[in-house]
Ligand binder design. Structure first.
Ligand code: ZN
Length: 386
């Protein structure tokens, strides 16, 4: 596998496809408001599958070059309010926010024409106002809360640092109440218009194979161990209305590699080791064995910038032999101020026919124009046709 640095150099450019897709999604939005949208467009794009599965010797890097005819339609059925799922579903995954959320982010998501926004958590240290703003976004979405969202409530050292009176208010609960059904931690949210269900992993995860913060999980969820946690996720998945499941976690699952630059690899002393969640991995396995289709597992927590080196970045995406795309969206900081511009990032995933067509990390400028597009994965031609 080439270093991510080399990868970044070769792929940090704006591809013609993205410009075209962006224009198409804009047009689709306009047509949707007139009730019927049918867009028929031919486009060509080329990407590189950078994902590999560490245990699969057959997995190869391959170049993708194809002329792909995409037919995007979102049609309102006559006499009903029900929309048929668009053939191409555009998902934005918002990596760890860490207090970097602005009204412009919501405008950018609308401008990008996304069908679904997935938030992987860590909005701030129990940052109730950030969560309030995100909960109010007028866009289909699902959210999972991260360890920072229970920063002063989950651990004894966090409680000691708490800047507010915990006997008077419970900011974890405030966030949960603001989000309501939008929060999918140990739950699910059906999206009938997209023909998929988002299932949440364990909320407030710190990652790793130790069962941390036992009192917190006992008090909030009545669970004591990873097995009970897995059962919560599987129960949620069993209630999904759709066969296509997207898993949303804060930390990713165990099993994505133990090198420090792997998607959930430990980049602090002692360096190395798999910091993924074992309960999450077990839940994914069980749900897959039950016959559900899992095109995407997305998460954050483990930032792309590594603590032990400035020479490379974390591997953000892997693809399993089951064709599940595992995407770490934690490109932190997600907003950068330059001398002349303010830039923000989103991870984008295109789903078609229940599988991931393409995944990328984009940066948009102050006008919400995509200025860089790092293609992380493109589906091979054969898989699309098959
Ligand atoms: Zn985190």
């Amino acid at each position: 596998m080439p270093s991510l640095q080399a990868f970044a150099k070769s792929d940090r450019k704006r591809l013609p496809f993205i410009e075209t897709a962006y224009q198409i999604s804009e047009l689709a939005n306009w047509l949707l408001t007139t009730a019927i949208a049918v867009i028929h467009s031919e486009m060509a794009f080329c990407g590189t599958n950078r994902g590999n599965w560490r245990d699969d010797p057959l997995t190869a890097q391959y170049e993708c070059s194809m002329n792909e005819k995409l037919h995007t339609s979102a049609t309102v059925m006559p006499g009903t309010d029900e929309k048929q799922p668009p053939e191409l579903i555009k998902i934005a995954v918002i990596g760890d926010v860490h207090d970097q959320w602005e009204a412009a982010d919501g405008l950018a998501l609308q401008q990008l024409g996304i069908d679904l926004a997935l938030f992987v958590g860590d909005f701030g240290n129990e940052a109730v106002e950030v969560v309030r703003a995100i909960a109010a976004l007028d866009i289909p979405k699902a959210v999972i809360l991260g360890n920072h969202d229970a920063w002063y409530s989950a651990s004894s050292w966090g409680k000691q640092k708490c800047p507010y009176d915990r006997t008077q208010e419970d900011r974890v609960q405030q966030q949960l109440e603001l989000l309501g059904d939008l929060h999918v931690g140990y739950g699910k949210r059906d999206f009938p218009n997209l023909n998929l269900t988002v299932v949440g992993a364990r909320p407030f995860s710190w990652g790793g194979s130790d069962w941390k913060n036992p009192e917190f999980y006992q008090a909030r969820y009545g669970i004591h161990n990873f097995a009970q946690s897995t059962a919560h996720m599987v129960t949620a998945a069993n209630q999904a209305a759709h066969n296509t499941i997207i898993f949303l976690g804060h930390c990713g699952p165990l099993g994505l590699g133990d090198r420090p630059d792997d998607p959930c690899g430990k980049d602090w002393q002692p360096i190395g080791g798999d910091h993924g969640d074992p309960d999450f991995a077990a839940a994914i396995d069980q749900v897959r064995q039950q016959g559900k289709s899992i095109p995407l597992v997305t998460f954050g927590h483990m930032h792309h910038h590594l603590r032990h080196t400035k020479e490379s970045l974390r591997t953000p995406l892997l693809v399993s032999p089951d064709a599940t795309v595992y995407l770490n969206a934690a490109a932190v900081p997600r907003i950068i101020q330059t001398d002349s511009d303010r830039q923000r990032n989103f991870s984008l995933v295109y789903l078609r026919n229940g599988s991931v067509l393409q995944a990328s990390l984009i940066w948009v400028d102050a006008n919400f124009t995509v200025i860089t597009e790092q293609i992380l994965y493109s589906q091979p031609t054969g898989a699309i046709e098959g």
